[in-house]
Design a protein around this ligand. Structure first.
Ligand SMILES: *[C@@H]1O[C@H](CO)[C@@H](O)[C@H](O)[C@H]1NC(C)=O
Ligand SMILES: *[C@@H]1O[C@H](CO)[C@@H](O)[C@H](O)[C@H]1NC(C)=O
Ligand SMILES: *[C@@H]1O[C@H](CO)[C@@H](O)[C@H](O)[C@H]1NC(C)=O
Ligand SMILES: *[C@@H]1O[C@H](CO)[C@@H](O)[C@H](O)[C@H]1NC(C)=O
Length: 543
């Protein structure tokens, strides 16, 4: 009897030890963030910004694949606040996703600690404030996840690594913009474009002649696609949202709302100052801004004007998007070549067609997907699901295909099975640009084209070397198709990255469900989970 006890105790410790060396050996990175209002002057006029530890934009998160990233966020705003992580997959843990469908807002004067692992990820991403219209005031920042030391990266280590957060900007504060949307009107045209929170020539990137640098660029803006280019230099694409790409050379590059990518730029020009130019795409009026690329031995500014870029050309952009290919022989986060996934040979188990629309509902401008304009419930969906609180949402409250009927308001949640392999077609019959983001997953963009999608469109799919990412654009009167493995149990937000559309209902949640109900498939509710709405007063652990 005693022996047995000892034996099972040592087995217990062995198991613990094995578990900790497999899962617990990854380094921890701790951050403490204080969220406050503060004055910023991004376009020369004083505005109320949302700062993180006094900074606008917020501090950058630098991590390595599989790092545990622990961020204790203190909300010093007089209103509720949440941060979400664009492109971080939160494996088995939609508990940490930081959108209103998964987390209770952090109340004023309270804090919440996000406990995340950047599991099996590399690449360039960003974080942003997810509630209200806070994103118009700041509190966004870059996230870079480096490969682990022994994993080969398909290009030489750059001399330095720069982050460029680019985005359109309004002089009006976020409360005013939210008020405009709440009262049923559309946002006005933005006032300008910012690079890292600054306007015209507001940033200087100093480089050494002859060296090669990595530029990680994210479109953190609210409403417009952007084009980026560097006077006198070409840009070699090496990564989009965690996939190493074939190294195509571009003279300018389109980045749609919510997208991130990395370029290598070799400083092979005479030692001068050059313009980095960012301008709006598909807008009748073109907004432009610049930063300075300064050679350390620069003898002055290049006399030429900032180089012009494409403005309204859609085919140019579509062709460029199609030219982005996965490098099948380069490593991703793991040592095996990415191409061994053979995403194109796996049979899809379900087709979901999602059509965006802009209905007027109750006299107000709304945005919808498959006719449903999302309204947030009184309790986060993930918590309602966990505590089995009835009446918060119903599965199947959004269909798998467009109905083209009038829009209506609903808390839309789509049911899905863990390990399904889905084909999703985003169908845009409107005359505006769309950009879609899916939390919790990475997906292959197998096709995009003008006109209406039909099953025959599948013949044109790229089933070999399409790139895997988490945000896909859809051109006006066009479609984009993706393949996505539902390899992550949880409640996941699918949303427009056009922030007015997202705010006014062009989003829903996908509930990827495993009947196993096992910690192997999904992490338990965090001990520190905030509870609100009809989940108030519940427990995260049994007594
Ligand atoms: C956050 O910053 C505000 C303003 O500087 C300060 O009053 C407050 O004590 C800070 N809170 C924390 C938790 O650091
Ligand atoms: C708030 O911060 C404290 C440490 O200052 C931490 O112990 C606590 O878990 C945090 N609260 C939540 C809900 O994460
Ligand atoms: C793909 O990655 C491999 C491995 O690092 C590299 O040798 C090759 O040049 C890359 N191919 C292209 C087309 O970029
Ligand atoms: C936001 O802008 C409106 C309109 O200019 C102004 O009335 C309001 O005080 C501003 N709010 C803040 C917090 O600056």
């Amino acid at each position: 009897m005693g022996r047995r006890t000892i034996c099972s105790f040592s087995t217990f410790f062995l198991v613990l030890f094995a578990a900790s060396s497999v899962f617990g050996g990854d380094p921890y990175r701790f951050y403490t963030w204080n969220i406050t209002y503060g004055d910023i002057w991004p376009m020369g006029v004083k505005q109320q910004g949302i700062l993180i530890n006094g900074q606008f934009p917020g501090p950058q998160i630098e991590a390595v694949t599989n790092d545990n990233v622990i961020i204790n966020v203190f909300n010093s705003l007089p209103e509720p606040f949440l941060i979400s992580w664009n492109g971080i997959q939160q494996r088995r843990s939609s508990w940490q996703d930081g959108v209103y469908g998964t987390n209770c807002p952090i109340p004023p004067r309270r804090n919440f600690t996000y406990v995340m692992q950047f599991k099996d990820q590399i690449g360039s991403f960003f974080y942003f404030p997810s509630l209200a219209f806070h994103k118009a005031a700041g509190a966004f920042g870059g996230i870079r996840i480096l490969s682990r030391p022994l994993i080969p990266v398909p290009f030489p280590t750059p001399a330095s690594d720069f982050t460029l957060l680019i985005g359109d900007w309004y002089k009006a504060n976020h409360s005013t913009l939210k008020y405009i949307l709440d009262s049923g009107r559309d946002l006005p045209f933005p006032d300008g474009v910012l690079i890292n929170g600054r306007g015209w020539d507001g940033n200087i990137f100093t480089v050494n002649q002859g060296r090669t640098y990595r530029f990680r660029v994210s479109n953190v803006g609210l409403t417009t696609s952007l084009n980026i280019r560097i006077q006198g230099h070409t840009m070699k694409l090496v990564e989009v949202e965690g996939s190493h790409t074939v190294k195509n050379i571009y003279s300018s590059f389109d980045l749609h709302l919510g997208q991130s990518c990395s370029f290598l730029v070799t400083m092979n020009q005479p030692a001068m100052d050059y313009y980095i130019v960012v301008s709006t795409r598909f807008t009748s009026k073109v907004l432009t801004t610049t930063a300075i690329l300064r050679y350390s031995n620069s003898y002055g500014r290049n006399a030429g004007p900032p180089p012009g870029g494409p403005t309204i050309q859609i085919d140019w952009s579509l062709n460029q998007a199609r030219s982005i290919r996965w490098n099948l022989t380069a490593s991703g986060p793991r040592p095996n070549p990415q191409g061994s996934y053979h995403y194109g040979l796996v049979k899809t188990t379900r087709t979901i067609r999602l059509a965006n629309s802009a209905p007027i509902i109750n006299g107000k401008q709304r945005y919808a997907v498959n006719s449903v304009s999302f309204i947030p419930p009184d309790t986060p969906l993930k918590l309602a699901d966990f505590y089995k609180i009835p009446g918060v949402f119903s599965l199947g409250s959004i269909l798998d295909y467009p109905t083209y009927g009038g829009g209506y308001l609903q808390t839309s949640v789509m049911a899905a099975n863990f390990r399904d392999y889905v084909e999703i077609i985003f169908e845009n019959s409107e005359n505006t640009m769309q950009s879609w983001h899916i939390d919790g997953y990475s997906f292959w963009i197998v096709g995009m084209d003008g006109g209406q999608w039909s099953p025959a469109s599948r013949r044109g799919y790229n089933l070999r070397d399409a790139v895997a990412r988490c945000t896909v654009q859809v051109y006006p009167k066009s479609w984009s198709a993706i393949y996505m493995p539902l390899d992550n149990v949880g409640m996941w937000n699918i949303r427009s990255e056009n922030w007015a559309r997202q705010y006014l209902g062009q989003q829903f949640y996908l509930r990827a469900y495993s009947p196993a109900n096992s910690w192997r498939d999904e992490n338990p509710i965090p001990r520190n989970a905030l509870l609100c709405g009809r989940a108030s007063g519940r427990r995260t652990r049994p007594l």
